[in-house]
Design a protein around this ligand. Structure first.
Ligand code: PHE
Length: 354
C-alpha cells in the first residue's frame, strides 16, 4: 500500500520537473502562453489529470497526494509569473537598445485646469473674513418673497423694491403668499441665520450667487456673487463696522488704495453706508468704466431694529452690523477687468489669464 502511495507522489514530482524543464526553454510570450495551457491548463495538463485521479486512490493516501498536488500547482504558477516578468524585462531592454524608445523625448503636456477668477476672489475673501472671525453660512438661491423682502423691512409695493429688479419664479410682485423669487441679494441669509442662532452672538458671511432682471452691460450682469457679512451681539457699534470694512479693504487691496464711505439708504440697515474703491483703470480721474473715478464694492449699515426683531433678537439688548459686497466688482478693481460680462462668457482667452 505504502508503495503505491510513494509511486503516486513520484508521479507528481515528475510532472513538476518536466514542466519546469519545459519552462526554462520558453523564450517568447507566445511560447509562454502555450506552456501555460499545456502545464497548468485545467483540462488536459498532466497535473490536472493527476489531480483528477485523486478519487481513485485509497482513502489514506488522498491527503498526502492532495497536499503535494497543490504544492506543485503553486510552484508552477510562481515559476510562470517569474518567467513572464523576465520576458517583459528582456523585451524592454531589446527595444531600448534597438532605439525603438527615445527616453529623452519630452512627455505630452498635461492640461491643467485652474480656478475661475470669481472662485479665486471668493476664496480670498473667505480667508480674510476667517481671520477676522467670520464663519461661512450657506443660504438658499430660491427665496420666498417674505425672506428676500418683507422680513428685511421691505413690504409689498414699497418703492425700495425698485432697487432690485426681480426674477419671479412663482407668483408676482404683489407678494401674495407662496411667491418665490431668485434671491436678488444675500441679505435674506441674515434673517435665516438669526432665526437659527438666536439668542447667540453671530459673526458670519453668507456667500452665493444672486440674480437680477437687468439689461446686461459692461457693468451689469443678471447673475453675480455677493458676500453678505453679519455680526450680531451686545455693544456692537458703527465704529466696529467701520473698522471691519477698512481692515477688509486694506487686506484685499493693500494699505495704499484709496477708499471712501458714503451715506446711503437700505431699508434693513440704519444708518446705512456704501463703500467705494478708487477705479483701477483711471485712478480716480473718471472714465467710461466708473464714471466718477470710484467703484462701489459694497452696501452696509447697522442692522435695523425691525430686522433684529424679525430674526429673534431684542433690539434693546442686541445690535449688529451687516454688509453686502460684490466679489466680481472687487476682482474687477483688483485686476483691472473692464467688462463684468467676461466672468460668465466662458471664454478661455479671459479665464486663462488667472
Ligand atoms: N443687500 C444689499 C444689496 O444687495 C447690500 C447690503 C447688505 C446693504 C447688507 C446693507 C447691508 O444691495
Amino acid at each position: 500500500m505504502a508503495e503505491t502511495g510513494s509511486l503516486e507522489l513520484e508521479r507528481l514530482g515528475r510532472i513538476e520537473s518536466e514542466a519546469l524543464e519545459a519552462l526554462a526553454a520558453v523564450d517568447s510570450t507566445t511560447a509562454l502562453e502555450a506552456w501555460k495551457v499545456a502545464h497548468l491548463g485545467r483540462k488536459s495538463s498532466p497535473l490536472a489529470s493527476a489531480l483528477d485521479s485523486l478519487g481513485t486512490l485509497p482513502k489514506e493516501q488522498r491527503p498526502a497526494f492532495g497536499k503535494r498536488g497543490n504544492e506543485v500547482k503553486r510552484a508552477l504558477e510562481a515559476a510562470f509569473d517569474a518567467r513572464a516578468e523576465a520576458l517583459r524585462q528582456a523585451e524592454l531592454e531589446r527595444e531600448l537598445t534597438a532605439g525603438a524608445f527615445d527616453v529623452t523625448q519630452p512627455g505630452r503636456p498635461v492640461v491643467r485646469g485652474g480656478l475661475h477668477p470669481a472662485r479665486r476672489m471668493l476664496r480670498e475673501i473667505f480667508a480674510v473674513c476667517a481671520e477676522m472671525g467670520f464663519q461661512v453660512y450657506r443660504s438658499r438661491d430660491v427665496e420666498s418673497d417674505e425672506y428676500n423682502f418683507q422680513l428685511l423691512n421691505i413690504p409689498p409695493h414699497h418703492p425700495a423694491r425698485d432697487m432690485w429688479s426681480t426674477f419671479y419664479i412663482q407668483g408676482d410682485e404683489r407678494a401674495a403668499e407662496g411667491t418665490l423669487v431668485l434671491r436678488t441679494h444675500t441679505s435674506p441669509g441674515q434673517v435665516r441665520a438669526m432665526r437659527e442662532m438666536a439668542p447667540n452672538p453671530i459673526r458670519i458671511i453668507v456667500p452665493g450667487m444672486v440674480y437680477r432682471y437687468e439689461q446686461v452691460s459692461a457693468r451689469k450682469e443678471i447673475q453675480f456673487h455677493q458676500v453678505e457679512g453679519l455680526a450680531v451681539g451686545r455693544n456692537i457699534r458703527m465704529t466696529d463696522l467701520n473698522g471691519t470694512l477698512v481692515e477688509f479693504t486694506r487686506r484685499i487691496f493693500g494699505a495704499e488704495r484709496p477708499y471712501r464711505l458714503r451715506c446711503s439708504h437700505f431699508p434693513f440697515t440704519e444708518p446705512s453706508v456704501e463703500m467705494d474703491i478708487e477705479c483701477a483703470v483711471c485712478h480716480g480721474a473718471g472714465c467710461s468704466i466708473c464714471g466718477s473715478g470710484w467703484l462701489e464694492i459694497l452696501g452696509a449699515g447697522m442692522v435695523h431694529p425691525t430686522v433684529l426683531r424679525n430674526g429673534g433678537y431684542d433690539p434693546n439688548t442686541f445690535s449688529g452690523f451687516a454688509w453686502g459686497m460684490g466679489p466680481e466688482r472687487i476682482a474687477m478693481l483688483k485686476y483691472g477687468i473692464t467688462d463684468i460680462r467676461d466672468f460668465w462668457a466662458n471664454d478661455l482667452r479671459f479665464l486663462e489669464q488667472f
